[in-house]
Design a protein around this ligand. Structure first.
Ligand SMILES: [Fe+2]
Ligand SMILES: [Fe+2]
Length: 395
């Protein structure tokens, strides 16, 4: 061990003191600055940690939300992939984002065809239905989803009916994201509807022909009044339309007009066609035709009360008519219409016992009996038809 001399010890101690003094001086001058830097560093670190924690929460939320989106997309795809309907989504640029696999069996075109050609769907819509599709798409974008039936032509050239629905998709902030569309194949239903419509048209035509056959048969017995029932039917129909009766009820009035005098077949032809005044018995026989019409027609199943209308067509508002002497609204509106049409036609046309009196005299008669014999509303409409609307007595 080195032993220092007393002199050397003093020097060592002085050096230590000088160094100590220097340290103290340095410490004194740098300490506050260091302290401040340490504090700032601590604060910055705390802020970083805070940011990092917030970032972690955001990442976790994003992962969760992405997982939820993926889950709902998976569910949607599972549903859409297995549906028989042709489902699709387009982006705002009208490009196909998703097309369900059912597009191929329904149209003959693959998912790839639709993805490669955004205009493909519109181009396979039947040319006559394209404007319908355009109006529909605009409506879906502006208002709300609704359904339209349209035809498409498949790759194989077949025509299919689609019930087409589309809906505009918007983001929460209102941005337009595109369209969601769905096409259901309704070809079978449409074909069945067409057949029903065709059969029902054929049935209606056959029914009307039967009515006309019955009408012609009854007129064969009385050639002097030939055409009376047809003309009464046409005038009554025009009055019913002008009165605002619905199409079905107006049709019933027309048919009742064609058949109202069917019961005249029970009257001997010589009485019907004989000119001159009739005896009381002959008059009674002629008056019996309303009841006879009813007796024949009541067995036919019409969708309208044709038998009752025929029975009541000689009833008068004040109860002076026959066969039941009904009054006012006891008489069916259809029969009140027929009564006016019947009188106008009969007076304006030729009869075995007199020449035609002309339409003006016929109209004057219903005007005279307006409210007492004939329904005022029916008379008013009949006068308007002939005098203001140019309606002519059917030929
Ligand atoms: Fe009659
Ligand atoms: Fe008649």
């Amino acid at each position: 061990m080195n032993k220092l001399s007393p002199h050397e010890n003093d020097r060592e101690s002085l050096c230590a003191q000088i160094v100590g003094l220097g340290d103290q001086t340095l410490r004194k001058s740098y300490f506050p600055q260091l302290q401040k830097q340490i504090e700032e560093l601590k604060k910055a670190r705390a802020a970083e940690e805070e940011k990092s924690a917030a970032l972690e929460i955001m990442i976790r939320d994003l992962r969760e939300s992405r997982a939820q989106t993926e889950e709902s997309e998976r569910k949607f795809r599972t549903l859409a992939d297995f549906t028989n309907d042709m489902e699709y989504w387009t982006g705002p640029d009208e490009r196909i984002i998703y097309m369900s696999p059912s597009c191929e069996p329904l149209t003959g075109y693959s998912q790839g065809d639709f993805a490669a050609h955004p205009e493909l769907f519109e181009s396979i819509v039947h040319p006559d239905d394209r404007s319908l599709l355009a109006i529909h798409a605009l409506g879906a974008a502006l208002v709300e989803p609704h359904c339209v039936d349209l035809r498409i032509i498949t790759r194989q050239g077949l025509t299919r009916w689609f019930a087409h629905t589309c809906q505009a998709i918007f983001a929460e902030d209102g941005r337009w994201l595109g369209l969601r569309g769905s096409n259901r194949d309704i070809t079978k239903r449409k074909v069945a509807e067409d057949q029903i419509q065709r059969y029902s048209g054929q049935l209606e035509s056959a029914f009307m022909h039967t009515v006309l056959v019955a009408m012609n048969l009854s007129e064969l017995r009385d050639p002097y009044t030939a055409g009376h029932e047809r003309r009464v039917g046409e005038i009554a129909r025009a009055i019913a339309n002008e009165l605002g009766l619905d199409e079905n009820r107006a049709k019933g009035v027309e048919v009742a007009g064609y058949l109202h005098d069917l019961g005249k077949m029970t009257i001997p032809a010589e009485i019907l066609t004989r000119p001159g005044k009739l005896s009381a018995v002959e008059l009674m026989l002629i008056r019996g035709h309303a009841q006879a019409s009813y007796n024949v027609l009541q067995h036919a199943e019409f969708p309208w009360p044709v038998a009752d209308i025929a029975l009541q067509h000689h009833e008068r508002l004040d109860g002076s008519g026959y066969p039941q002497g009904l009054k006012g609204e006891q008489i069916l509106l259809e029969a009140r219409i027929l009564a006016v049409a019947d009188v106008v036609e009969a007076m304006a046309s030729h009869r075995p016992y007199r020449p035609p009196l002309g339409i003006e005299q016929a109209l004057a008669e219903i005007e005279r009996g307006c409210g007492s014999l004939y329904d005022p509303a029916v008379v008013e409409v009949c006068l308007r038809l002939f005098r203001e609307k140019g309606f002519k007595l059917p030929q």
